[in-house]
Design a protein around this ligand. Sequence first.
Ligand code: 16G
Length: 250
Amino acid sequence: MPTPDIRQIGGLGRSGPLYLRLERALRAAVNEDRLAPGAALPSERTLCDAYDLSRVTVRKALDGLVRDGVLVRRRGSGTYVADAAPRPERVEKNFAVLSSFSEDMISRGRTPGSRWLGRSAGVVTPEEALALGLSPGSAVYRFRRVRLADGQPMALEISTVAGFALPSIEVVGASLYDALDAAGFRPVRALQRLRALTAGDERGRLLEIDAGDAGLMIERRAFLEDGRAVELTRSFYRGDAYDMVAELGV
Ligand code: 16G
């Protein structure tokens, strides 16, 4: 396998110590498949020159990733991307709160992110019309994202949003709920249905888990104060990444 070039790793972020910026860039490149499992990393010298970093800084970044199992060192040969993607740290998700993925991650000190698979504007399908209480022919926006925490895939989300709730499809950036909030249509109530499901081939590939691995399929229908539905989202959460918690009263 040829050694990947620096462009596949991409640029460094702007915040935090330099070693952490390189560590994050490499982690993201591995998680987003720009650096394939088993690929040899460019040499330390090449990384130093390309990013204008000292040897100590580069080594510290690589050490962190070796410790996490993202990279492996082979004596006398170099550093490689580990064969299996590392398991993410488990996250507790409160099942009784109407929070967004971004908020859930930020409140746990993780950095939320998305790998966009697609976005489109269209006309409601009969199933969506029923779920969202829209009339046939109504406009909707659809979004497909792999949700990331610190660059690691956590969930696959497929959302349909009622057309009236967003001024345009482009306004959705890092967070769907931020965009809905800005438009004055953030939901205040939701119905959720949860069931266990194996990942299957496509979800497994996108979430870097085996097709037979378990996950949680959560369907959320979210509503405005006036009862109108704004969102129908199917989220497939990695079973090894989440604990669902809820506080119950009598
Ligand atoms: C959560 C919601 C999802 C919502 C998304 C918005 C569940 C089960 N699902 O993942 O319905 O669309 O957050 O997140 O909690 P965002 O604002 O970060 O895009």
